[in-house]
Design a protein around this ligand. Structure first.
Ligand code: HEC
Length: 183
């Protein structure tokens, strides 16, 4: 009986880990519970080059799948099968009693990144963009701009930990925060 508790833990972790589901054409099934994953941060109107113009600001809400998040806390790295999701939402300034500042409204897209070093041999990650309520979408491809920017500029592997305040210290302590990204 003394193995019962660890076994139970092992089985529950395996059951609750939300693994990427890719169909035979390599399309990713939209993860169902991104809103119940671990919240990392929200960006508002972030712009990655000087000439992006002054369009309406969007919010980006970033979440990590919980088992992958817990592994990150232990090692400062993402395990194989890790998924992170980013909601892109419209913002609004005036509405109800609000007269200044910004609040979030409609979902524009859900972007997901998956770590799978066998499937994505270039750097282990690929990118998926679910527009609106799309339920499946194909990988954007490792040659595309998503990989290029994430691989070059992100602090830990391909992920922008430099913008996720609760993970920065974890990555520094575990020595996985890239020196080239330190401000
Ligand atoms: C020019 C750079 C750049 C490009 C191109 C880019 N991203 Fe990102 N991405 C970022 C930054 C910066 C963040 C952090 C956002 C925040 O803090 O809210 C981010 C965050 C993310 C995240 C959250 C997890 C993580 O990796 O940190 C996902 C998922 C994501 N992007 C998907 C995509 C997809 C899909 C594409 C291509 C369609 C893409 N990105 C293209 C810069 C980029």
């Amino acid at each position: 009986m003394k193995f019962a508790a660890p076994l139970f833990l092992l089985v529950s972790v395996a059951l609750f880990a939300e693994q990427p589901v890719l169909n035979k054409d390599g399309q990713l099934q939209r993860p169902a519970n991104v809103r119940e994953w671990i919240y990392l941060s929200s960006g508002l109107g972030m712009q990655y080059s000087a000439n992006e113009g002054q369009g309406p600001k969007t919010f980006t809400n970033v979440f990590a799948e919980p088992t992958a998040y817990r592994e990150f806390l232990k090692t400062g790295k993402w395990p194989e099968g890790a998924m992170l999701g980013m909601e892109v939402r419209k913002s609004q300034t005036e509405g109800s009693i609000n007269k200044g500042g910004n609040f979030q409204t409609d979902l524009i897209a859900l972007e997901v990144t998956v770590k799978d070093s066998k499937r994505f041999p270039q750097d282990g990650w690929d990118y998926f963009a679910f527009n609106g309520t799309a339920q499946t979408t194909k990988a954007i491809g490792q040659q595309a701009g998503c990989n290029a920017c994430h691989n070059k500029n992100a602090a830990v592997e391909n992920t922008f930990v430099q913008f996720y305040p609760t993970l920065i210290e974890v990555a520094r302590a575990k020595g996985t925060f890239k020196k080239s990204v330190e401000q």
